[in-house]
Ligand binder design. Structure first.
Ligand SMILES: Nc1nc2c([nH]c(=O)n2[C@@H]2O[C@H](COP(=O)(O)OP(=O)(O)OP(=O)(O)O)[C@@H](O)[C@H]2O)c(=O)[nH]1
Length: 151
């Protein structure tokens, strides 16, 4: 594209294109991992974090330039010591949370009948049937996503 020679027009575009003027959002990936009995793995957030004490799907923030699937593989390894095949992660929905940080949570699903998770950060976790999971104090987006999962 040819550069605009009018300084006032350039200044206007510089203002619009300045990253600080673009509303940003935080991409987060999470996993609905099912065991051989169809139960879901959920874990409890640390008390001192956003949504502290609530239960959630394992996962975390997508780093800059990281592909979502690979971010999820990294997070699941870091949190649960499980190494997943990125090609076996199925998209399972997304949800959004307004707030100081606008979060978009991308949920994937995977089956792992023989998974032996280890709580790498000492977090509480468990396998839950869908009806059991819905009884837990869940993070708001997780409740929404859980309701959309097939039994
Ligand atoms: N991992 C995960 N985060 C969720 C879920 N639901 C939900 O609202 N969140 C929110 O998404 C954000 C993800 O942050 P995180 O803390 O898990 O991410 P992280 O592990 O990369 O960051 P950290 O450095 O703070 O530990 C938090 O604000 C968290 O409350 C969920 O199901 N899984």
């Amino acid at each position: 594209m040819r550069e605009n020679s009018q300084p006032e027009v350039n200044a206007k575009w510089a203002g619009i294109l300045n990253v600080e003027n673009i509303p940003t959002w935080l991409p987060v990936v999470a996993l609905a991992l099912r065991d051989g009995a169809g139960r879901l793995l959920l874990q409890q957030r640390a008390a001192d974090k956003h949504h502290g004490g609530l239960w959630e799907f394992p996962g975390g923030k997508v780093e800059v330039s990281e592909k979502p699937r690979l971010a999820l593989v990294r997070e699941i390894d870091e949190e649960l010591g499980l190494v997943l095949d990125p090609d076996r992660l199925e998209p399972a929905g997304f949800a959004e949370e307004e707030g100081a940080r606008h979060i978009v949570l991308f949920l994937y699903s995977a089956n792992s009948p023989n998974a032996e998770p280890v709580a790498m950060d000492g977090q509480q976790w468990g396998w839950f049937q869908l009806d059991e999971a819905s009884q837990l104090p869940l993070a708001p987006m997780d409740r929404e996503l859980l309701a959309r999962l097939s039994p």
